[in-house]
Design a protein around this ligand. Structure first.
Ligand SMILES: Cc1cc2nc3c(=O)[nH]c(=O)nc-3n(C[C@H](O)[C@H](O)[C@H](O)COP(=O)(O)OP(=O)(O)OC[C@H]3O[C@@H](n4cnc5c(N)ncnc54)[C@H](O)[C@@H]3O)c2cc1C
Length: 435
């Protein structure tokens, strides 16, 4: 028998569990740990609440989680409640699928002003991550600056732009819906250092911006490269650029009826944030793109901004006793192997890029490595040993069955038409589990 501990119940964790099952059938026991009492990582707390069809992928993870030889071990933080060396003594393989939950810092003067947030915090707030549920951003100002040219920046801009009615059927948490209902934000400026040909936004997500109830995107035609140059782009990016071109073609008269403008400010590098107490403006430097890189031109200008959300990427949290690549912000690994018996997958291995599906080959790849390293297993104790440790430490472990009770309560208290109203506090989650 092989005993495998997977740390993290997001896509990478459950794809690894699925791969282990496919590889070894009844000859493996997999425990999927999570620090939260609820599973699925960023599927629950990252993917936008108005993208329910994407969140539906959790049904696939549920079918893995419900199989006999896979267990969910929630409410246990590795590195705090239990150490990695302790798990290594109990399991043949320990796989870190802990994601990249920390914002890459916006390292400019003024980034410590009030109402300046990283996207992990801001997205966590509207998605009900217990760590960020109390963020309480001030939406009373008129202008929001959203820094970044990827899909997360688009999510943040779209959520700020939508009317209450457009959240029907979503699982945006109640506190965020209340704040957005009262929001005065009417101008959202998406700021990027480079130009339309360097965006990381995908066509579907960009297309959505063109179909909002009270908001419309706005692009300065002067920022567009020659149309003929689009032919050199890979097809996905070319399609995205087609959307940017269509936004640039919207006539000025259209905006007379538009309540919220979502402006794209290309070739703009944030230089410092200005304000007293809370942020009031962003000072930006105009850039030019040379050989794909943004170079400052020395021309500075100021954009009013009452809220700033920086969507410039994420880093993995280091865990004691695990080699860490500080520069790359992820665990030091070779194709997923940190050392024999200790592995990483998903964002903790590769950094924050790709789609949910990109994590699947990671999981299958790491199981190949594990298979090579551990053979038929080393007679370790696995779950039995962990249960003794958990009891000795007084850990309150949440099982998958417990999660299903929490889920049922979230569904029962949902707003009309919403799939669920999430609990946003660990204590509430534990209480909802019952005895
Ligand atoms: C805002 C946002 C929106 C996105 N939208 C989309 C989308 O629409 N479509 C798409 O394809 N992709 C989307 N993605 C990307 C997708 O979410 C990621 O590819 C995927 O979640 C990465 O999976 P993961 O398992 O590596 O990490 P995560 O999903 O982050 O899972 C990590 C898990 O590890 C747990 N954990 C962390 N540390 C510990 C610890 N010490 N002990 C125990 N547990 C721990 C966490 O609680 C979490 O459950 C989005 C990402 C973000 C940030």
């Amino acid at each position: 028998m092989r005993h495998i501990a997977i740390i993290g119940s997001g896509p990478a964790g459950y794809y690894t569990a699925e791969a282990a099952q496919k590889q070894w059938g009844d000859e493996v026991r997999v425990d999927v740990f999570d620090m939260l009492p609820v599973p699925y990582g960023l599927i629950r707390t990252g993917v936008a609440p108005d993208h329910q069809s994407i969140k539906g992928v959790s049904k696939r993870y549920e079918s893995t989680a419900l199989s006999e030889n896979v267990s969910f071990v929630g409410n246990v933080k590795i590195g705090r409640d239990v150490t990695v060396p302790e798990l290594q003594r109990l399991y043949d393989a320990v796989v870190l699928a802990t994601g990249a939950p920390n914002d890459r810092p916006l390292d400019i003067p003024g980034s410590d002003l009030g109402n300046v947030f990283g996207s992990a915090a801001f997205v966590g707030w509207y998605n009900g991550h217990p760590q960020f549920a109390g963020l309480d951003p001030d939406l009373s100002g008129r202008t929001a600056g959203v820094n970044g040219m990827g899909n997360v920046a688009l999510d943040v801009a779209r959520i700020l732009a939508k009317t209450e009615g457009e959240f029907a059927g979503s699982d945006i948490v109640g506190h965020a819906l209340d704040a957005l209902r009262a929001s005065n934000i009417r101008r959202i400026v998406v700021v990027g250092r480079r130009g339309p040909h360097q965006i990381m936004m995908t066509p579907k997500e960009l297309g959505e911006l063109g179909h909002l109830a009270r908001a419309a995107p706005k692009v300065d035609p002067a920022d567009l490269p020659e149309e003929g140059e689009d032919a050199l782009l890979e097809p996905g990016l070319r399609k995205s650029v087609t959307h940017i071109r269509s936004f640039a073609a919207i006539p000025e008269s259209h905006y007379a009826d538009v309540e919220v403008e979502v402006e794209f400010d290309f070739f703009a590098a944030p230089h410092r944030l200005l304000g007293e107490g809370n942020v009031e403006a962003i000072e930006l430097e105009r850039t030019e793109v040379q050989a794909g890189r943004a170079i400052g031109t020395g021309e500075f200008y100021t954009l009013p901004a009452d809220l700033v959300v920086s969507c410039i990427g994420y880093q993995t949290s280091p865990i004691p006793d695990v080699p860490f690549d500080e520069r790359a912000g992820k665990f030091a690994n070779d194709e997923g192997r940190i050392l024999p018996g200790l592995y990483c997958v998903g964002w903790a291995r590769r950094g924050p890029s790709g789609t949910i599906g990109t994590n699947r080959p990671d999981g299958f790849g790491v199981v190949e490595l594990i298979s090579h390293d551990i053979g038929a297993g080393g007679g370790k104790q696995g779950r039995e040993g962990f249960d003794k440790l958990a009891e000795a430490r007084g850990l309150d472990v949440v099982s998958f069955n417990d999660w299903k009770k929490i889920e049922a309560q979230e569904e029962a208290r949902a707003r009309d038409g919403a799939p669920r109203e999430k609990f946003v506090d660990v204590g509430q989650m534990i209480k909802a589990r019952g005895d």
